[in-house]
Design a protein around this ligand. Structure first.
Ligand SMILES: [Zn+2]
Length: 397
């Protein structure tokens, strides 16, 4: 199985990356690799679940792969170690947890300036470029502006929005845009994973192009329950009280999810940091001596808090995407459209709501959901934004 097989419905991007990997191999062998087929900095963008980091890692493997003519074979030692995240010349930057973003970025950039030890290139892979601090972005920008000859930088971000990627970084990167994979492609992957065909088709539709989400829905009963609870909301909104209860339910469920994740990560991180600081002495503790132990702990707490906020927001956003698809299904039913529904298992509720409201009403409710997403993006308190939304979703009469 080649490394490209993990990318679903992305034929165009794969063709570009394969061509660039072939050019890179020529360059590494002393050739010129043709004009502009290979560049030092790449930016992978695409909606959540489209496989940005999968694409970047596949490309990293192809850049190192030993098998000429089939770069990214997935079987040679280079490909396997890249996939296992143990390749010495592929450096992942994960700006989360214990690492101090700007310090980590500088260290990685420094290491990547050396000659490759086993592979042809030094690869820096930043899976969440949108999570870099400004200083870390600046450290990265410097490397992109003056790239060492054998260094390739692969960045992943949700979009080209300046909040996601600094404009100055974006303008120096070659873009790889991943698209939302079609449901039949996702279903076929789930079937290959051993999921029965009925569940695979259902989960592919319900995941709405998010491969990871479809996988979870196919395998995880809790994820299915949460989705069912969210999708029971539209038909239940017959009074203001019901609207407020629904809002409370959505927000509390997201809070619980964030709390569960934090409980699993925070304590361990804080303890590791304390141990590192206590045992660090002067060598490792240079940063500590400059900024103080309390400062580092405070930094960590800040990152943990922002991770919890992000998790909560991601959970809410997933619910909103499901709700929006529900009203899209309502519109499809009202128009008698043969387009496949996102939530075929909720046909009864969809039909009931499609009779209670007209097409304008469905569009207004879609707008209310989008407005809620925007408000959350602008840091409006989740409870306020979600209550405004569920009140707007209320059924007439
Ligand atoms: Zn290989």
């Amino acid at each position: 199985m080649s490394v490209w097989d993990a990318l679903i419905g992305q034929q165009e991007s794969i063709a570009t990356l394969r061509d660039a990997a072939a050019a890179a191999a020529e360059i590494a062998a002393g050739g010129d690799g043709g004009s502009g087929r290979m560049t030092h900095a790449w930016l992978f963008i695409g909606p959540a679940g489209s496989g940005r980091s999968v694409a970047a890692r596949a490309f990293a493997a192809a850049l190192q792969c030993e098998r000429q003519g089939e770069l990214g074979c997935g079987e040679c030692a280079q490909c396997r170690t890249v996939n296992a995240r143990t390749h010495p010349d592929v450096h992942s930057v994960v700006p989360e947890g214990l690492s101090i973003p700007v310090a980590e970025m500088r260290a990685v950039v420094g290491r990547a300036a050396r000659r490759p030890s086993l592979g042809r290139w030094q690869v820096i892979l930043v899976e969440d470029a949108d999570r870099l601090t400004e200083q870390a972005s600046n450290a990265l920008l410097k490397a992109i502006e003056e790239p060492p000859p054998r260094t390739v930088m692969l960045l992943c971000a949700p979009s080209l929005h300046p909040d996601d990627v600094m404009v100055t970084i974006r303008s120096r990167c070659r873009l790889v845009s991943l698209r939302t994979p079609p449901a039949d492609a996702v279903a076929s992957v789930l079937r290959d994973d051993g999921i029965d065909p009925g569940t695979a088709d259902w989960a592919a539709a319900a995941g709405q192009g998010h491969v990871g989400r479809s996988r979870r829905l196919a395998r995880d009963a809790e994820a299915r329950d949460r989705r069912a609870e969210v999708l029971a909301i539209p038909a239940s909104l017959t009074s203001l009280g019901a609207c407020l209860r629904a809002a409370d339910h959505l927000v509390s469920a997201a809070e619980r999810e964030a709390a569960a994740l934090s409980a699993g990560l925070d304590a361990g991180e804080t303890e590791s940091l304390q141990v590192a600081l206590g045992a660090g002495g002067t060598g490792k503790g240079v940063a500590a001596s400059v900024r103080g132990t309390a400062g580092l702990l405070k930094d960590l707490e800040k990152r943990q808090k922002s991770r919890a906020t992000r998790t909560q927001r991601d959970a809410l956003d997933r619910a909103l995407v499901d709700l929006a698809a529900f009203y899209r299904d309502v519109l499809l039913v009202q128009a008698g459209s043969p387009v496949a529904a996102a939530h075929p298992d909720l046909a009864d509720d969809v039909i009931a709501v499609s009779r209670a409201i007209d097409a304008n009403g469905a569009l207004r409710r879609l707008d209310a959901i989008l407005a809620c997403r925007e408000a959350l993006d602008l840091n409006v308190k989740p409870r306020i934004a979600v209550e405004a939304m569920t009140a707007a979703l209320r059924l007439p009469g």
